[in-house]
Design a protein around this ligand. Structure first.
Ligand SMILES: Nc1ncnc2c1ncn2[C@@H]1O[C@H](COP(=O)(O)OP(=O)(O)O)[C@@H](O)[C@H]1O
Ligand SMILES: [Mg+2]
Length: 250
């Protein structure tokens, strides 16, 4: 068995005195495409932000490559939820993608030819190179999503976290984004993706993390998409139930 690259142990996170995550445990190996599922407000975004070190846990440990999170700052790339970004901020597509290189460029230096090359390649991969001079506010939702993926790819991290990358994009863009995620995985990366659409979860991901404050299940879609578990977590909120359930108990 390959060593795990992300270890989460007894993780508990709260906002003020309201717990958002309670006693979460899991380990993730290299080269995995992982989906996080759970209803609204279940702590999915909080889990990503905690893995990035943006939120300090109340309790528990996160290890990246066997080392404390603090030693890995900047080694994890992040695509935030589109609704969390200020799209009026005056910045071009190329400038956003170049932000993926900032951690490698000393403050007294300009971006190098190599940085420009990496950024151009990242923009090409997600097909936004022809938009590079455009302001991000002018773009469609799917294009904005891809620009932030370019930034994440330019960071050349082996771990990528994406928060609902398929939200509000059309079917063709969803396919294109999925292809980029899959080829990133093929190239050796581990990706953790918050996903809101249970009907595609089994097709898209190798493993699923089902949370609602607590971890309800972790493993292959077959293990996670069980009728009983989904009932527990989503209660009455699932309408198209029979399409989603892969396995029943017993
Ligand atoms: N900055 C914040 N301050 C206070 N409470 C928050 C904050 N962010 C999220 N929460 C609360 O924490 C819980 C989990 O939120 P979140 O991680 O955003 O869930 P999800 O991404 O699954 O929808 C929710 O109850 C939400 O209201
Ligand atoms: Mg969220």
């Amino acid at each position: 068995m390959a060593a795990s690259i992300i270890d989460v142990e007894n993780l508990t996170v709260s906002y003020g005195n309201r717990p958002a995550l309670l006693d979460i445990n899991f380990s993730i190996g290299p080269q995995q495409l992982i989906g996080i599922i759970g209803p609204n407000g279940s702590g999915k975004s909080t889990l990503l932000k905690t893995l990035l070190g943006f939120i300090k846990p109340d309790f528990g440990k996160i290890k990246i490559y066997g080392e404390p999170l603090a030693r890995n700052e900047g080694r994890i790339a992040y695509v935030p939820q589109r609704s969390a970004v200020d799209w009026d901020f005056p910045i071009t597509v190329q400038e956003v993608a170049m932000m993926g290189r900032y951690q490698y460029i000393p403050w007294w230096k300009e971006a190098s030819a190599r940085d420009y090359e990496i950024v151009e390649q990242a923009m090409k991969t997600v097909r936004v190179l022809d938009l590079s001079k455009h302001q991000i506010g002018e773009l469609s939702g799917g294009q904005q999503q891809r620009v932030f993926m370019a930034r994440a790819l330019a960071q050349q991290s082996s771990i990528l976290l994406l928060d609902e990358p398929f939200a509000g994009v059309d079917a063709a863009t969803e396919r294109a984004i999925l292809d980029v995620l899959k080829s990133a995985k093929e190239s050796g990366k581990t990706l953790i993706v918050v996903h809101h659409d249970l009907t595609t979860a089994a097709e898209y991901f190798d493993q699923l993390i089902l949370i609602k404050q607590r971890l309800y299940a972790f493993g292959s879609p077959k293990i996670v998409l069980q009728e009983e578990l989904l009932h527990q977590v989503y209660e009455g909120k699932l309408r198209i139930f029979s399409d989603i359930v892969i396995s029943k108990k017993g």
